[in-house]
Design a protein around this ligand. Structure first.
Ligand code: AMP
Length: 122
């Protein structure tokens, strides 16, 4: 299967444009290396996306040099969950590749909460 990975940094990548303030989003948090915003089609009462400003396609394509960034993003997700009053009860997930359901090819974590989650995921 041919997948359009939207690998162009800048105009070709939706999440690069959101991170740059060039496309609209409800931003909850941002710093020099990441941005968190509400998902436009939430699948849970709380559905936040965390993206690195650096254009990484997916976790599968991340490098050792990205390890600290990815770790800080997970800790930031937990902090956002606290601010969203999820009381430590949430799911943090990243889809990598078409079979896993990735539709935007700029690495992102989904922070989901506010309802009971099922396992295994569909
Ligand atoms: P994934 O399918 O794991 O790649 O997740 C992509 C997510 O991005 C989906 O949950 C979409 O609802 C969300 N999404 C797509 N476009 C936007 C947008 N413009 N603003 C916020 N979220 C978006």
């Amino acid at each position: 299967m041919t997948v359009d990975k939207g690998s162009d940094v800048g105009p070709g990548c939706l999440f690069c444009r959101i991170a740059a303030g060039e496309a609209p989003a409800t931003i909850l948090y941002q710093d020099q290396e990441m941005v968190a915003f509400r998902d436009s089609h939430p699948v849970a009462p709380i559905h936040v996306l965390l993206v690195p400003r650096k254009h990484l396609v997916s976790v599968a394509e991340a490098q050792e040099a990205d390890a600290d960034l990815l770790g800080r993003m997970m800790l930031r997700a937990a902090d956002i969950a606290r601010k969203e009053r999820l009381e430590g009860d949430f799911r943090l997930v990243t889809n990598s590749g078409p079979q896993a359901g990735q539709s935007v090819y700029h690495l992102h974590f989904h922070l989901l909460g506010g309802r009971r989650m099922r396992w295994p995921p569909g």
